[in-house]
Design a protein around this ligand. Sequence first.
Ligand code: UTP
Ligand code: MN
Length: 486
Amino acid sequence: MVPLKRRKLSDTGMCGSNSSAGTEPTRFPQVVLFLLERKMGASRRAFLSQLARRKGFQVEQMFSGNVTHVVCENVSGDDGRLWLGSQGGGRPSPHLLDVSWFTESMRAGRPVEVLDRHQLQERPSGEPELEEFSVASYACQRRTSLENHNSSLTDALSLLAENAELNDEEGRGVAFRRAAALLKALPSAVLGVSQLRGLPCLGEHSLRVIKEILETGTSSEVESTRASERFKALKALTGIFGVGAKTADRWIREGIHDLQQLRASGQVLNRAQRAGLQHYADINQPVTRAEADAIQAVVEKAVSSVLRGAQIVLAGGFRRGKLSGHDVDFLITHPEEGREVGLMPKVVSWLEAQGFLLYQKTTRNSYLESIDGPGRPPSNMDRFERCFSIFKLPVAAESSQRAWRAVRLDLVVSPISQFAFALLGWTGSKLFERELRRWAGHERGMSLSSHALYDNKQGVYLRAASEEEIFTHLGLEFIPPSERNA
Ligand code: UTP
Ligand code: MN
């Protein structure tokens, strides 16, 4: 008999954070899945496990005799059986299956019958002939879902991109981001660099990193960056809301590498940074979809209380289907042009009066088409009325000792005439947005911002009431939000 306390703990461990993402009760008691992490990678395994649990499958975190179906990816029959043997087998022996059985079952919404083609295949002897991938150049021409077959490669390239960005090397940062985005769009795992011949956006540096990881399992540059004092300090300090790479760099040069040293240094902090430091742990804990929904309910109430008919839309990563994010982004508008004027201060006052804001800073709308014209402002900051805030989210009493937690919340108000552009611009991903603007400029002679689309040759603004119309103006196939995860 397992003591009650332990049982409880392992129960919550089973569902983990995805309980909030709506885990269904087990629908297929005769099927117990185990996903083999080897070759699949930890993040893809976590993604697939969550997917299966949402569809009502039981997925075990650890292998045991209860497991009926072992799901593998890029593992040969020999390797699979070797691994199973090392686990002491399991009685009766579970199915050793390729991920194709899993994908078909997810699609069917039930465990499909195990066929020959689902069994792990033997690798043909000798060097396998690897097929070359082919992909469109711009990320906005491609479909990039959250399912990433190359997460160990893209994690590595993203870390190098992040390091470049933290060191104010934007060009290098973009190059690594483009390379990572390309690999995210591939239909299967890369097995050898020969498959990448002829792909766009893969610079010599990125290729070198990919090759080393494919051959040895890790990249020395990535590992030394990850371990470097400077990278760790930049990460820790920019993890404070209100602290950018420049400030972090200055502090590091003054000998400040972590929060403790910052607190002891007597540095003068601005209001945002003081709030950021105070709520550091909360803000650096990912926001779940359930938390975003809870905040949406409050903001919806605020918005409709201060202006009848005003509407809000969840944008950012959550609109792309992500299950967690670093903040929550909402767009606010009203179907009658002009009614949205002055809305933000009222919404903010309502939230403040109810005690929902731990910090807020509102910037007013500074975009005027007649004055500003089509050019977009430096960087991709747009000029909507915008509120950066830290939201005080009440926490369900039984799930925590605390009554609330802090969550980063961004609010943006857009006039309805610009709403489609605002929605497209605020849905991301950041690289997808960057690529849309690059495509517009280089391929179409147009300027795209979160406010408008301007045709430079004809000298006219192109109006749009939906995202679909903007893609049409740009001569691009429509890519839905869930496939903009470049
Ligand atoms: P986020 O930084 O919130 O990214 O910006 P995200 O994709 O939602 O990621 P997580 O899940 O929070 O970690 C959301 C979108 O808003 C745009 C960004 O380009 C991105 O597409 N954005 C952000 C702007 O247009 N302007 C800004 O000043 C900030
Ligand atoms: Mn976001």
